[in-house]
Design a protein around this ligand. Structure first.
Ligand code: PLP
Length: 355
């Protein structure tokens, strides 16, 4: 009998940086939920008891008409959701900084077949006026038809839409016959920061389809296309399969989402990540040669500091330069960022800037 090999420890599990909330591992409660869902056989492709229960849980958060379709990742959620909202000559209006525009390798264009019409924004947020820069030309066969507005909550720049701002955007879009998509890869951080239920700035604010994010909030993997406008639901299951986002062992995606949403794990994780970003911002605010460049509203801190300082810090702590032309960097916090992590990082920044 050979004994099973000891798993290799290829990384230091106590080492954490500020590169991204998806650098974090799996929250122990999500991992436990995976283990609990293991064993025995369950029907594949979503006809399992976990995915059935998940529907009730999503309805409790987003209202009685919500329908959730678990998928593997955020790009997939966006592509599947947008596909259900568009036709073959459609365009989607989005902020220039939107993940669908800058970080999805053209998947919305390639897989959903849409044209993205983007607008520069001061802080990652669209307004009705900004939407109007691209929302025009209906009936003109020379122009891809603007059929959807896509917004991200919290935004790629760590900023937030107030529920009323989303309502105004949704009213504006609907009056023009357009639908509203929300990239909610970090929706929990937004709800925690606004201190309102997620329904308040989605279903109640007129959002038609939501890409619900679980991965950045403590799951191993797992997101969901949440259809809030029931008219858009019938095509999703076909679109999800043809976009290669249908998990055969879906119970393990659903069990994780259940672990997040059935109790308050989603909120605890998001509150903690947000608090760590606020702690970091407070600790470095006012340091010489450092400027915080965006309002710190969720779990991201953006700052400009001298490039040589950044390079030295990056040898010790993982984080990304966001804009090489200005030297702006992005520091993300996660559910597992500790106060000690933040304090040590802030101390290293301060020592380099003042030493
Ligand atoms: C705003 C936003 N949307 C969506 C995603 C989903 O990306 P992925 O396809 O890597 O899960 C991300 C991940 O970085 C993101 O930041």
């Amino acid at each position: 009998m050979t004994s099973p090999a000891e798993p290799l420890e290829l990384h230091d599990p106590s080492s954490r940086g500020f590169a991204s909330d998806n650098y974090a591992g799996i929250h122990p409660e999500a991992l436990a939920a995976l283990a609990a869902a293991n064993g025995g056989h369950q029907v594949s492709y979503g006809d399992d008891v976990y995915t059935a229960r998940l529907q009730e849980v999503f309805r409790s958060h987003f209202g009685p008409d919500a329908q959730a379709f678990p998928v593997f990742n955020g790009t997939g959620a966006n592509v599947v959701g947008l596909s259900a909202m568009t036709g073959r000559w459609s365009a989607v209006v989005a902020a220039e900084t939107a993940h669908i525009n800058v970080d999805e390798c053209g998947a919305p264009e390639k897989v959903a077949g849409i044209k993205l019409l983007t607008v520069p924004t001061p802080d990652g947020r669209l307004t009705p006026e900004l939407v109007d820069r691209q929302a025009w030309g209906w009936g003109d066969e020379h122009r891809a038809q603007p059929h959807v507005v896509s917004l991200t909550q919290s935004t790629e720049l760590g900023t937030l839409y107030e529920p009323g701002q989303i309502r105004a955007l949704a009213d504006h879009a609907h009056e023009r016959g357009m639908l509203v998509h929300m990239d909610g890869s970090r929706i929990a951080n937004a709800a925690a920061a606004l201190d309102v239920p997620m329904q308040k700035f989605t279903t109640d604010a007129g959002v038609d389809v939501l890409s619900f994010g679980g991965t950045k909030n403590g799951l191993m993997l797992g997101e969901a296309v949440v259809v809030l406008n029931p008219e858009l639901a019938p095509s999703i299951k076909y679109l999800r399969k043809s976009a290669m986002q249908l998990a055969s062992k879906m119970r393990f995606v659903s069990a994780q989402l259940l672990a997040l949403l059935e109790g308050d794990l989603w909120l605890r994780n998001a509150r903690h990540a947000n608090a760590m970003a606020a702690r970091l911002a407070a600790a470095v605010q006012g340091l010489p040669r450092l400027e915080i460049t965006r309002p710190v509203q969720a779990n991201a801190v953006f700052a400009i500091l001298p490039k040589d300082v950044t390079e030295r810090l990056q040898k010790r702590f993982r984080f990304y330069t966001w804009d090489f032309s200005t030297g702006e960097v992005r520091w993300m916090t996660a559910f597992d960022t500790t106060e000690e992590d933040v304090d040590a990082f802030a101390a290293a920044i301060a020592a380099d800037l003042t030493g």
